[in-house]
Write a protein that binds this ligand. Structure first.
Ligand code: PMP
Length: 386
């Protein structure tokens, strides 16, 4: 194979303004991030509630390491499944009122596994256009026919359900959308799934931990039952502050995944220490003030940004995009913000649709009003320069 195609592909990306680069983080302390020896206020993390560095979560990691060692040592069906995993699964199942829960090493793996295992036989997946890449790729690689409906567009979804009736089908949506921060019309999705005898599969990566009185996410916030959302997936790498993911649902769903989900069966289990730390984080979150602090920060940011004439979207979550519409411009603005001491990531096509390149600002309970004011001041300067 001639490997020169890679250079061509990279050059094409660079030409369009879409080349991706990594930034190496030296360390982080609360809302401050140090990159290449420089300090910035961090508005680009999904650590919405500041759990990643919570002392009791860190302590749980250490205790878990002492008890179980560093790695799980084997896949779950060999000897990798420990009491730490079982305890975490049981806690989440109880918290969310689901019969059973299964842990995965990442949300990416969980979404892929669900699509692969549920659609080893032909069927239809009706997926919101803005679903995460892991779900879309999983769907496209499965045996299902994939029908994508316009983002949060219930009428479009209904027309697809009418046009392509299929007894073996699911509707896939996110609770809170990762790049837009808006929420799915859950009641309507539930109603459609009941009316058309399909099943709702929800990716609540950005709702879990943040929404609901105890942090149970979208399903808790809206009191949705297991029957209404029979396939629920969420991740630990965001508000929970660790890593990994889970699927929650009926005992039959979980037994089925244990037997058929290749990402579960053939992958080394999540380190037990990670499960111990995750459980500690969830226990702390069930009764945490951080959710209220985050909501206050969101309101404060929106008030201040509106006062400065900065165009925001309708999002009322921690994810606050500022649409720029051009990839090079989005990157230039993000770099300019860095010179003003603020770290905000530019998100470009293909992560978001063409001409919707944006700054993805994420707020956290850890930000002080002073931090947020500094962000708005920096945005106002850049906005003026535009
Ligand atoms: N689903 C959504 C909506 C996400 O935002 C992400 C993370 N970017 C994932 C799934 C994948 O989760 P993980 O990072 O745990 O692989």
């Amino acid at each position: 194979m001639d490997l020169a195609f890679m250079q061509t592909a990279l050059a094409e990306k660079a030409d369009g303004g879409y080349l991706r680069n990594r930034h190496c983080v030296d360390y982080e302390q609360e809302s401050v991030i140090c990159i290449d020896g420089k300090h910035f206020l961090n508005f680009a993390s999904n650590d919405y509630l500041g759990m990643r560095q919570h002392p009791q979560v860190l302590q749980a990691w250490v205790e878990g390491l002492a008890q179980y060692g560093g790695g799980a040592g084997a896949s779950p069906l060999v000897t990798g499944y420990s009491k730490a995993h079982a305890d975490l699964e049981a806690y989440i199942a109880k918290q969310l009122n689901r019969e059973a829960v299964l842990l995965f090493n990442s949300g990416f793996a969980a979404n892929q596994a669900l699509c692969q295992a549920l659609f080893a036989e032909p069927g239809t997946i009706f997926a919101d256009k803005f679903m995460h890449a892991s779900a879309i790729d999983g769907a496209l690689h499965s045996e299902a026919t994939v029908k994508r409906f316009k983002h949060n567009d219930i009428l479009h979804l209904r027309s697809l359900l009418e046009k392509y009736p299929d007894e073996r089908s699911v509707i896939m949506s996110e609770g809170v959308f990762s790049m837009d921060g808006d929420s799915a019309p859950m009641q309507e999705l539930v109603a459609l799934s009941e009316r058309y005898h399909t099943s709702l599969m929800l990716d609540d990566a950005h709702g879990f931990g943040v929404l609901g009185k105890q942090g149970g996410g979208t399903v808790e916030a809206l009191s949705l039952s297991q029957n209404q959302v029979p396939i629920l997936m969420a991740t630990f790498g965001k508000a929970v502050g660790t890593a990994g993911a889970f699927v929650a649902g009926s005992q039959t769903l979980i037994d089925y995944l244990v037997n058929f989900a290749r990402h579960y069966i053939y992958s080394t289990a999540m380190p037990s220490a990670q499960a111990v730390a995750t459980l500690q984080s969830l226990k702390l979150l069930s009764n945490s003030k951080a959710r209220t602090e985050l909501m206050e920060n969101i309101q404060f940011f929106r008030q201040q940004a509106n006062a400065q004439g900065i165009s925001l979207t309708d999002s009322d979550t921690a994810i606050q995009p500022v649409i720029i519409g051009d990839p090079q411009k989005a990157v230039a603005i993000s770099q300019r913000l860095q010179t003003l001491g603020v770290w905000v990531t530019a998100i470009r096509y293909p992560t978001v649709p063409k001409h919707q390149d944006r700054l993805r600002i994420t707020l956290s309970a850890q930000h002080s009003h002073k931090d947020i004011q500094a962000l708005v001041d920096a945005l106002a300067i850049v906005w003026g320069e535009l």
